[in-house]
Design a binder for this molecule. Structure first.
Ligand code: AZC
Length: 830
């Protein structure tokens, strides 16, 4: 009784997908049909949301045709599949992406026009799927799109959070967090797959079973169980050639209601179990770059890891009847350590459930897993207290001890000494005994990668120093990338049209062709058109700023933008201090040739991160004072755009003249916003950090503005117990800027507000803000000079777009496919 579904495991032929016509008349009638029969309205009664839903459903039908085909092809060919396990997928909206990748933009636009509906208007009603925090989650979304576009058969596995990343408002200059509710109007992209549900256990006991004639076994009898239910979203690649599945798990109770309790009058208690189960997938933790640490977080991690592995195993057994060849058919990528418990869970499933001996289970596990590290920040490295781990996952804890013993044996045999053994150990003995998830992910994987060349080298030198010595061939680099479909073609249709006109459409399929633009960088007519597109994009952003904040900014001014999570290491503080110094200088020396700038900020602070919230407050305080001061006229404006998210990024990236990538060197693993800005023709001011280093190599040093201490210099100063005091005392600009903050120039209602933020610079300057200030200031002034020289600025802007193609996530994915997964087009037959 198998009809073809969009899962892969059907062995029957899918019905030949309908080859629908893609003209606007066909679309117009299909949209009308959806409106009538799926939504139950006629055009006269339809609201804009109804049109959005009808359009989405009509477009979705096209995707389903390709989806069924893709799955059937992969199943029949027995190709290896990639399973990308990620706690976060920061997707944003999907309608424009789908329409554009299917080449339907014109037909759909015209079809809707028949009903007097504008696609540009209704697409804004689609909620932003914000199932992630920042770079790590957005990378997973770019990778999903690129795997579909490059034809790598893949499943994304994650969590279907009911509430995604919080909505940020700014009230009296301060961040306020509000719940996000993306599922409020339902989600037309997803398919609930009740048939793909798995039981996930927690707690309970492990029993040893000794049956005569059989080796002794361990059996886990969990104390609680919840159900993981799959929700699938198709992810369509460029030109619709391949469609993959994003499978997100939702937690449900096995007993939706305790009827006995209900009937005896305990109406709340009757729902307690259901509430507890559903809590697992209720909200995304908003902590970026520091570990959450609560029990619910560990439950989330295990929940989605176990569900994904059970699903992978079920599919594999159905196709092959054995798990011996699992690693030939499946590559599982662990996106950071959030799914690292998978290493222990796969061992448990292989040994306890499927009867494998330890050694073979271990071979399969290592051959199947690989792990990506996204940060070296110590506060972000996940560790779990042993007692918590043991209580929640007793059998997995036993397995971790056994893996640890085996690893330490190996290290000892290779002659590693005590200190190195301590560093390798999966158990941290120094902080009240904790399980180290990074070590677990590392030893359970055949490949470990960093996300930029610099970050990968630092991984070898720092967190994984001893593990790297033990397994010297395991760490490799895979520099991040961004999808050019969303971040150039969809976000910047003006530039896409101009480039198509100038060098032809080949770059749409092969982004490396963008290099042909390089020759046009010295062509004055082309440059002018390029900058005219930039101006239009700036006008679009200026309109958003005017509408949301009632601040009017001049699109002719330099748009100097820093958008990303707010974190001390990303140094929004350095940027705003520079703005203050500039404000002082403009007022003291009005006769100088200042260039008009709009400093734009956006980004969310983790709700519990006090310093980050103070920085947001300071930016807003400075904005209020500067923007109201007639003495700076239009030379300086400061803007904080609330609720930075994927959809806003699509407006912001194309509108930047200058991109701020100014992290303390050695701390930004890669960055991906840096790539989006430069691809859209912004110049970068940045440190030698993360992927900035490789951008410098590709762009050439005349096309990027690098300043400040290197990673090695930062590390050296930190060893020397550097402080900012003498630097500040010797820099009049910096001292005066800090004095004005402390004196309450920007916070007349709260004199003490920023005292500790500033005194940290004097006493310690951990993030090298004082140390890098002067170099940053000088580089900004060079950019002022360049801004006056319109042809030179334009030439560099064009060269940025022309030379960024290597930073496409298609390139990243091809490298993972070849070096780590051995999957995808061109992979050896398995
Ligand atoms: C980020 C890194 O901070 C950023 O530099 C990188 O570009 C991105 O991952 C993608 O690799 N890290 C995170 O978002 N979060 C954590 C926990 O590292």
């Amino acid at each position: 009784s198998h009809s073809a579904d969009a899962d892969d495991d059907t062995t029957l032929m899918a019905p030949t997908p309908q080859r629908r016509q893609n003209d606007s008349a066909t679309f117009a009638s299909e949209i009308l049909e959806k409106l009538t029969y799926a939504i139950g309205k006629n055009p006269a009664a339809a609201r804009r949301h109804d049109w959005l839903e009808a359009t989405t459903l009509a477009v979705r039908d096209r995707i389903i045709d390709h989806w069924l085909e893709s799955n059937q092809k992969t199943t029949e060919s027995g190709e290896k599949r990639v399973c990308y396990l990620s706690m976060e997928f920061l997707i944003g909206r999907l309608l424009r992406d789908a329409i554009s990748n299917l080449g339907l933009t014109q037909s759909v636009t015209e079809a809707l026009a028949v009903y007097d509906v504008e696609l540009d208007m209704i697409e804004l009603l689609e909620p932003d799927a914000a199932l992630g925090n920042g770079g790590l989650g957005r990378l997973a979304a770019c990778f999903m799109e690129s795997m579909a576009s490059t034809g790598v058969p893949a499943f994304g596995y994650g969590i279907r959070y009911v509430h995604g990343f919080f909505r940020q408002e700014v009230v009296d200059g301060e961040q306020v967090e509000l719940p996000e509710n993306w599922l409020m109007h339902g989600n037309p992209w997803e398919f609930e797959r009740r048939e793909n549900s798995y039981e996930i256990g927690f707690g309970g006991k492990v029993a040893a079973i000794d049956e005569p004639g059989k080796p002794p076994r361990q059996i886990w009898r969990p104390g609680e169980r919840v159900l993981a239910v799959a929700y699938d979203t198709p992810i369509v690649g460029w030109r619709g050639n391949h469609v993959n599945t994003l499978r997100l798990w939702s937690a449900q109770s096995l007993d939706p209601i305790l009827l006995d309790a209900f009937n005896s009058g305990d109406h709340i208690g009757a729902l307690r179990e259901a509430n507890k189960a559903e809590a697992i997938t209720r909200v995304l933790y908003p902590a970026d770059s520091h570990q959450a640490g609560q029990e619910l977080r560990l439950r989330q991690e295990y929940f989605f890891s176990s569900a994904s592995l059970q699903d992978i195993i079920r599919r594999h057994l159905k196709a092959y009847g054995t798990l011996h060849n699992l690693s030939d058919k499946v590559a599982i990528q662990l996106n950071d350590t959030h799914p690292a418990v998978s290493v222990a869970e796969l061992m448990r499933l292989l040994i306890d459930v499927h009867g494998f001996a330890w050694d073979e289970a271990w071979t399969i596990t290592q051959a199947t897993f690989s792990y990506t590290n996204h940060t070296l920040l110590p506060e972000a490295l996940e560790t779990w207290p042993i007692h918590l781990f043991e209580r929640l996952l007793p059998r997995q804890m036993q397995i971790i001890y056994a893996i640890n013993a085996q690893t330490i044996r190996e290290a000892t045999q290779k002659g590693l000494d005590g200190g190195k053994i301590t560093a390798i150990s999966l158990i941290d003995e120094n902080n009240g005994r904790r399980v180290r998830m990074g070590q677990l992910a590392f030893v359970g994987s055949h490949a470990i990668n960093g996300v930029s060349a610099l970050h990968t080298e630092l991984m070898k030198e720092t967190v994984f120093h001893s593990l790297h010595e033990l397994y010297p061939s395991r760490i490799q680099n895979k520099t991040n990338g961004v999808t050019p479909r969303r971040w150039l073609m969809q976000a910047n249709p003006g530039l896409t049209a101009l480039v198509t006109d100038a060098i032809g459409p080949a770059f749409l399929d092969n982004v490396e062709k963008l290099a042909d633009l390089d020759a046009l960088a010295t062509d004055a007519a082309f440059r002018e058109k390029f900058m005219a597109v930039k101006l239009e994009n700036k006008q679009r952003l200026a309109k958003v700023i005017e509408e949301r904040l009632a601040i009017s900014v001049d699109p002719g001014a330099m748009f100097d933008i820093q958008v990303k999570r707010i974190h001390e290491y990303k140094r929004q503080f350095l940027n705003i201090i520079e703005a203050i110094a500039l404000y002082d200088q403009i007022r003291s020396h009005p006769e100088r040739n200042w260039q008009p700038r709009v400093k734009i900020f956006g980004g969310k602070a983790a709700p519990s991160y006090a310093q980050a919230k103070e920085i947001i407050h300071l930016i807003n305080d400075v904005a209020r004072v500067v923007n109201a001061d007639p003495s700076v006229q239009n030379l300086l404006k400061v803007v904080f755009i609330p609720n930075y998210n994927v959809s806003l990024a699509e407006i912001i990236m194309p509108a930047a003249d200058l991109s701020e990538q100014i992290s303390t060197a050695g701390l930004e693993a890669s960055g991906t916003g840096n790539m989006k800005f430069a691809l859209n023709g912004a110049l970068t001011i940045g440190t030698l950090d993360g992927a900035n280093v490789e951008m410098l190599e590709h762009l050439g040093e005349e096309n990027i503005y690098i300043f400040g201490l290197t990673a090695a210099e930062v590390a050296a100063r930190r060893r020397e117990a550097h402080s900012g005091r003498s630097i500040i005392e010797n820099s009049r600009l910096l001292r005066e800027a800090l004095d004005s903050i402390v004196k309450g120039v920007f916070s007349p209602d709260g004199q003490e507000r920023y005292a500790s933020l500033v005194s940290n610079l004097y006493n310690n300057d951990w993030w090298m803000i004082a140390a890098d200030f002067e170099a940053y200031w000088q580089t900004q002034r060079k950019l002022d000079d360049l801004w006056q020289d319109t042809p030179s600025w334009g030439e560099k802007a064009v060269r940025n777009t022309a030379r960024m193609s290597w930073f496409s996530s298609d390139r990243s994915i091809r490298e993972y496919a070849k070096d780590i997964w051995r999957a995808g087009p061109g992979a050896p037959a398995s």
